[in-house]
Write a protein that binds this ligand. Structure first.
Ligand code: PLP
Length: 377
């Protein structure tokens, strides 16, 4: 928050800030989707909808889950919320009793830990490292399970690391969930942003025993550049989905009616509406990796998904009294480059760089980081 406030202040003062901070695509929502939203307004589709979402959208989500993810659900096993963030919140509020433990794989999206706390639960953190490519070992997860474990949250592709979990790891986690009676909340919001030929695998596709214990969470914010429209969804066993709907009913009722119509258009559009965006992200990723790899003392694990590089700066700042928060502040104030300190995600001494700026700006941003590192000494 402090970094964001500072970015605004600098930009208002006319400084040319390169933003590696924001976790949202810089592309416009596809035309066909915007048109569907306009059409919904023109038709006066502007009233409350069914709490868990309009049936046409929930059916479109079922079709998508079957076609893309190999997950079979019916409309009554799907809830639409104001973003995947609300889906995860609803899920944790529905599942977690005070004192229940929820396993999180660090570095993680900070919202998970705060939402577990809001639900009265206890986050239990399994730490992964750059050497592991930020993919947890199944045995690490097994060691974290206790009698109080209620759930695990997994996020592949991951924010902030871009890690994509191999299928055998996902199968290992799924087997633990079944044998130890643990829920899996699988946050798959970055599923369409994959590179290097990687393919997305949904744990809920591993068969009924796993699906019975899994909530598959997805959304349109990242894949369709629709962050402001606020549409996410969760699919899983009807009992939990119903409980999530009961909670949502008393908090926000339904997701925006206009956005729900637009979401149907997005899900039914052919893949070409996002392929250009994904190709461009890939090119920027390659520029960012190649520039970063030439910075002395900076290490990172090649990210295969999402739009982040989570880079370890501990060697680069060795001998200087500087943690990641101070480093991010220094880069912003001296070079006008905004990065998010890794400790926010449970990864101290790292910076998260988002490649939601043009290739030229990516290259210039890293050049500025190089200068910023020099001026630290
Ligand atoms: C890992 C992860 N999950 C979920 C979300 C939430 O997305 P939304 O609420 O916009 O659907 C984000 C957004 O940054 C994210 O990074």
């Amino acid at each position: 928050m402090a970094i964001t406030a500072k970015v605004r202040e600098l930009a208002a003062a006319g400084k040319d800030v390169i933003g590696f901070g924001a976790g949202e695509p810089d592309f416009a929502t596809p035309e066909i989707v915007r048109e569907a939203g306009i059409q919904a307004i023109r038709e006066g589709f502007t009233r409350y909808t069914a709490g868990p979402g309009i049936v046409e959208l929930r059916e479109a989500i079922c079709e998508k889950l079957l076609a893309d993810n190999g997950v079979t659900v019916s409309a009554s096993e799907v809830i639409v919320s104001a973003g995947a963030k609300q889906c995860i919140y609803n899920a944790l509020m529905a599942l977690v009793n005070p004192g229940d433990e929820v396993i999180l794989v660090s570095p993680f999206w900070m919202t998970y830990a705060d939402q577990v706390l809001l639900a009265g639960g206890v986050p239990v953190v399994v730490t992964t490292t750059v050497e592991q490519g930020f993919v947890p070992g199944v045995e690490q997860i097994a060691e974290a399970i206790t009698d109080k474990t209620k759930a695990i949250v997994i996020n592949s592709p991951s924010n902030p690391t871009g890690a994509v979990y191999p299928e055998d790891v996902l199968r290992g986690i799924a087997a633990l969930a079944v044998s130890r009676g643990m829920w899996i909340i699988s946050d798959e919001i970055y599923e369409k942003l994959l590179y290097d030929g990687f393919e997305h695998v949904s744990v809920a596709s591993f068969g009924p025993e796993v699906a019975e214990r899994t909530l598959t969470v997805g959304g349109l914010s990242k894949s369709f550049a629709m962050t402001g429209w606020r549409i996410g969804y969760a699919a899983g066993p009807k009992g939990v989905i119903d409980a999530m709907a009961t909670i949502q009913d008393q908090v926000t009722s339904n997701a925006c009616s206009i956005s729900q119509r637009a979401a149907i258009a997005a899900l039914r559009a052919d893949g070409s509406v996002i392929s250009e965006m994904v190709e461009e992200f890939d090119k920027r990723r390659c520029v960012l990796m190649s520039e970063l790899s030439r910075l002395p003392g900076v290490r990172f694990a090649r990210p295969h998904g999402a739009f982040y590089v989570f880079a370890d700066f501990s060697e680069a700042v060795q001998g200087v009294a500087c943690d990641d928060v101070v480093l991010a502040q220094h880069l912003l104030e001296s070079q006008y480059v905004a990065c998010v300190p890794g400790s926010v995600f449970g990864g101290p001494n790292h910076l998260r760089l988002t490649y939601t700026v043009s290739r030229e700006r990516v290259a210039e941003g890293v050049a500025r980081i190089r200068e910023g590192l020099k001026s630290l000494r």
